[in-house]
Structure formats: C-alpha cells, structure tokens
Design a protein around this ligand. Sequence first.
Ligand SMILES: Nc1ncnc2c1ncn2[C@@H]1O[C@H](COP(=O)(O)OP(=O)(O)OP(=O)(O)O)[C@@H](O)[C@H]1O
Ligand SMILES: O=C(O)[C@@H](O)C(=O)CO
Length: 435
Amino acid sequence: MPEEALPIGVVADDLTGATDLALMASERGLRSVVCVDVPAAGTVPPDADVLVVALRSRTAPVATAVDASRRALGWLRQQGARRFHLKYCSTFDSTPRGNIGPVLEALLDDLGSPTTVVVPSFPATGRTVYRGYLFVGNELLAESSMRDHPLTPMRDSHLVRLLQPQMSGRVSAVALEHVRGDLPAALDAARRGGVRAVVLDAIEDGDLAAIHRATADLPLTTGAAGLVTAWGRGGESAAVAVGAPGPSVSLVGSQSRASREQVERARAHQPVLAISPPAGEDGVAPAADRAVGWCLERWSEDAERPVLVHAAPPDSDVSPDEAALLERTFARTAATLAARGVRRFVVGGGETSGSVIAALDVRTLAIGPAISPGVCWASGELAPGDPGTGLAGEGTSTRAAPGTTGEVSATCALSLKSGNFGGPDFFVDAWEMLR
Ligand SMILES: Nc1ncnc2c1ncn2[C@@H]1O[C@H](COP(=O)(O)OP(=O)(O)OP(=O)(O)O)[C@@H](O)[C@H]1O
Ligand SMILES: O=C(O)[C@@H](O)C(=O)CO
C-alpha cells in the first residue's frame, strides 16, 4: 500500500466488525483507530493509517443505515481518505431488504464509481467463498448456526442470490480460476457490462492478495476483514499497550454457537449469571441493578476473579423489541459498573457491544494485541462526566473500583467479540492476557 494511499477509510456496519478489521490492519503495521459513530464536527481526528467509523447500521432500517454510512464516508473524505472499504460481516448478515446492498450502492454513488467487489472471505476464521457460495468452516452458510440468528437468519448460502434482492443494480460472480487468472480483465468486463457488485471467490490468503492487487484502482472495496491481510507492508504490529486495574466482567448478549460454548467453558473458572429480557422498558433499570448487585457480591468474595453475565437462551423466536430490551439491560449494567469504577470489560456480540460502548460513552478505540483471530484488546477513554444514559449523579472518574482502594482513571480495557469468533476458552484466555 503506497504511503499516499493513507489513511484508508473504513465504514463498518457494527462495532465488533470494526475492531476485527482494525486488528487485522494493526497486525499489518498500520496504526488503526476505531471511531464509535461519526465524530462530531470539530472533533480532532485521530492520527491513524486506517480510520474506521463503526456504525450500528447492520440491522437498522435501510434509510437510517444508508444515511449513517454516507455521513461516515463524508467524514472520512474530509480526513483525507481516498480509498474506502465497506466492512460487513464475514457471514453476510443481512435480510432481503439490506443493509449491505443499499449501503454499497449509496457509497458507490457518492464516490462516482460504477462497480465494486464483494469479498466476505476470511480464511483465518474459516470463511471462504467458492462458486459464489459462502462457507463457515466446513458448512454452507445456510447450514451453519447463522441459519437461526436472532436478527438476521441466513437461509441461503449463494451470495448473488442473497445480494441481488437488496440492490437495484446488477450483481455477478467471478469464479476462483478467474480470480487466480486475469482478474483485472474479469472486473473490467463486469464494469463494461453494467454490473455494480462483483462477488469474488476466495479460499485462501493468496486469493485475497490477488484481489487486493486487482482492485488497487477501485475507490471502494467491500467485504470482511480478510481482505486486509493484503494491506500495508506487513512487519511490526502497530498494537498499543492495553491495561486497566480492577475487577473484570464479561457481558455476553450473543447466542451464537461459539458464544454459548465459550460461556459453558467459562463456568469452570468464573461465576456465571444468566439474564433474560425484562418484560418492558420499566424493567430495564431493575434488571441491570440486579446484575450489578450480583457482580459486586461476587467481587466482595474474590475481587481478582472475573465474572460473566450472559443472555439466557430464548425459549422461542425473539422479537426485535425483546432483543433491544436485553441490549439496554446489558448497556445499563455496564454503565452502572463503570460509574462504580469498573474499567475492564469483555463484551460478546456485535449488537450488544454497540449498546454497551454507547452507554459507556467511549468515543474512540485504540487497537491493542490480538486475543484470537478477529478479536483484540482495545483501549478506550470514558467521556468526561457520567458514563452512559440515565445515570446522572454517578460520576466515573473519582470512584474507587470495587475491591481496590484509591481513584481510578477513565481508561478502560475493552474487548468486543463478534458472536462467532474466539477460541473455546475465550472468556478465560482474554483475562489471562491482562494478568
Ligand atoms: N434470550 C434472549 N431474548 C431476547 N433477545 C436475545 C436473547 N438472547 C440474545 N438476544 C439478542 O440477540 C441479539 C444478539 O446479537 P449480537 O449482535 O449481540 O450477537 P451476535 O449476533 O451473536 O454477534 P455478531 O453480530 O457479532 O455476530 C442481541 O440483540 C441480544 O439482545
Ligand atoms: O466479519 C465478521 O465476521 C465480524 O467482524 C463481524 O462483523 C461479526 O459481527
């Protein structure tokens, strides 16, 4: 990547996806910062090679997602970025309405570019694309646990069939032998044929490197963090040091197969509490208070021991309202704990992470070391004043963390885990790294 191509601007549709990509870039020696939402006018832009704007647009209404993505692109252009990547999930989380297709087309329009590529492949985490079909490990997408995702159930595996209903322009696919052959010619033919989005097969990092070379002139690429394996010059990781003293809590809203297994494995090492969505908005604060009380009690027995609060598996299909109530419960739990001086958080699930970070009012995340492929520690500052919503009067910066003496700083150690990522002992290993 030539110096003049920096900074690269990334619009990410959720927060864990943003840190996943930023970690990959950081490991390629590119200084990477995640901005939580589009920074307000007048905010001093972070000094970075890769600037990622993390939105919460994955499951937002289409018009909201398009508007937020265009504002993010506009801000990144103001920061001098000339090359852009739209980051969505490596499992292509979306519905027949969007939001991948409508956002992709809006960004192409704004950039005046006719065509882009669609590259969810991320071989390091088992995501590969062959003959246009997306695989998760050895399973087709629609046969993986994504089939029953609470918000974006994926019931097809073919990327052209998934994307075409979301777009007004045409979608086509380029098979592996052409990705490995004359890809520039294949892309040129697609562009001349009026195709807006070209799905590319890729099953190993070498394929992603070929795609990176062939797309050097495109203002916009789209896909997962896999493509970033080809960015930068490699070399030393640009990870920052991450640390914060005091008690440790994991908050897991994800119901992915991986998260459930990880929670089960954590039981042998940590106290674990399951929570369900409250019946209505009035129930959010009491439910969060109960979760906070439980954490404080566990830390009064052993302040060194991490604790874990997770979403109980639902009995039946989940409504968006119930999902949102549970997210707000996790968010309020995190904000109340932060107000009491807790500074070490692991969060499981993209939507849950978005809610928690918004409640903590952390505006930027500097990327630290990897915990496992796609998941890292990051350092974030609590905004001055009270963290989160509805917690007036509970200041952050002067409280002593439970089990400690003295004041705590506003710096948090944060790890935001995509539902499907992380090794089986993730919720144990993450904390071992901070010892
Ligand atoms: N028992 C439950 N009842 C209602 N909603 C639930 C329940 N369990 C989980 N949820 C909701 O399901 C959603 C899970 O989405 P989230 O993005 O946090 O995890 P994920 O989809 O596994 O992660 P990722 O997006 O990173 O793949 C959240 O909105 C959460 O509140
Ligand atoms: O690409 C992925 O799988 C992750 O970064 C993600 O976006 C899950 O939320």
